[in-house]
Design a binder for this molecule. Structure first.
Ligand SMILES: NC(=O)c1ccc[n+]([C@@H]2O[C@H](COP(=O)([O-])OP(=O)(O)OC[C@H]3O[C@@H](n4cnc5c(N)ncnc54)[C@H](O)[C@@H]3O)[C@@H](O)[C@H]2O)c1
Length: 336
């Protein structure tokens, strides 16, 4: 579980050229941290559009120079006019989280396809570059040991509804890259692998906040499946650093994995969380079918190659899983 650090982090030296930015989904976990980062780097104005379906306005408390519109992106009239005078759009609004997707399949699909389409049109009309947040889910159950940006997708059948999220995000990738191919848009595609951080909420099925909240309260930690499935977790501030560098470096027309190569099984994760929070919680196992019904399946591994993004930005992920968990436990003890 040890990380090796290959290079120094160079981002501190990169000047911010983005004065006015748009963040869709900016009241969410990643979006709110992104807003903080750009404001601290001198960005003067941020337009946030969020329907608060999974986000929370409290994430934006204390931030200045934010214009907030509470709405579904799909429902805004005159989006093209609204986007005038902005330099860049980070498009994060989406149905997110396994539990949320399984409970809102159609709504999430429409947001991810229709919503992304209207954002693309508004960016095109104003000649604004955009970054879209795709997901490691697009690789499906690929058996390749490490997933590079060229790895073939192995998404399950549409009867397994959990793959709807992956399929819609893959369509988003095709939508922006085809516009790039036609010289209509400057997009950056990032595929995120299990991002974690202090203000991520447990309500929509995210494993780390769910386990930590249970551990702090000495409740049972419920593992879906047998716990041997592995994941790699990445610190939200590292993700933000990558967004900052990719957008300022104008690395358009490319797909980048963003994640970490350190793997941990879900059982080991639960044990680590119990140890680090001095918890009396017990681990309990439930099958995926019990939790989500028969329309669900889960990949056993999910590990990215991050060579491409490290080479392009000069930046390495900065945190071990143990330190990430420690920080989240401290935050949740005070804030929950
Ligand atoms: N967190 C992860 O591990 C992870 C992994 C892969 C991809 N992603 C992607 O990163 C992006 C941000 O995810 P997050 O983890 O911050 O989740 P989040 O749920 O905290 O953020 C999503 C935000 O979008 C808003 N939203 C949803 N539908 C909307 C709509 N129709 N109109 C306007 N706003 C809407 C929500 O209220 C929320 O604030 C998403 O696109 C997600 O698919 C995240």
């Amino acid at each position: 579980m040890n990380l090796t650090f290959r290079k120094l982090n160079l981002s501190m030296t990169m000047k911010n050229n983005l004065k006015n930015i748009i963040i869709t989904g900016g009241a969410g976990f990643i979006g709110s941290n992104l807003a903080k980062k750009f404001l601290s780097e001198g960005t003067e104005k941020i337009l946030i559009i969020d329907d608060l379906s999974t986000g929370n306005k409290n994430n934006l408390i204390g931030l200045n120079n934010i214009e907030f519109i509470e709405s579904r992106i799909e429902d805004i009239e005159n989006l093209e006019k609204l986007f005038k005078d902005y330099d860049f759009c980070f498009h994060l609004a989406a149905g997110v989280g396994v539990q949320y997707i399984m409970e809102n399949v159609s709504k999430a699909l429409l947001t991810n396809i229709e919503g992304t389409h209207v954002i693309i049109e508004a960016c095109k009309a104003n000649n604004i570059p955009m970054l879209i947040t795709s997901t490691s889910e697009v690789y499906g159950t690929s058996s390749d040991k490490v997933w590079t940006e060229e790895t073939k997708s192995l998404i399950g059948p549409p009867t397994k509804l959990r793959w709807s999220y992956a399929a819609s995000k893959l369509i988003d990738e095709f939508l922006v890259l085809s516009e790039y191919n036609d010289n209509n848009l400057n997009p950056i595609v990032v595929r995120l692998f299990n991002i974690i951080g202090p203000n991520q909420v447990s309500d929509f099925g995210m494993v780390v906040p769910k386990f930590i909240e249970a551990a702090i309260q000495d409740r049972d930690i419920i593992i879906h499946g047998n716990g041997t499935q592995t994941r790699s977790f990445t610190w939200v501030n590292d993700v933000i650093e990558y967004f900052y560098l990719l957008s300022n470096k104008k690395l358009y027309g490319e797909i980048f994995n963003i994640g970490q190569t350190e793997e941990i099984s879900i059982k080991e994760l639960a044990e680590l969380i119990i140890k680090l929070s001095n918890s009396n919680s017990k681990i309990v196992y439930r099958t995926h079918e019990e939790v989500y019904g028969s329309k669900f399946e889960d990949p056993m591994r999910r590990t990215p190659s991050i060579d491409k993004i490290v080479e392009a930005t000069g930046y390495e992920p900065s945190m071990t899983i143990e330190n990430m968990i420690k920080e989240i436990i401290e935050y949740k003890k005070i804030n929950n």
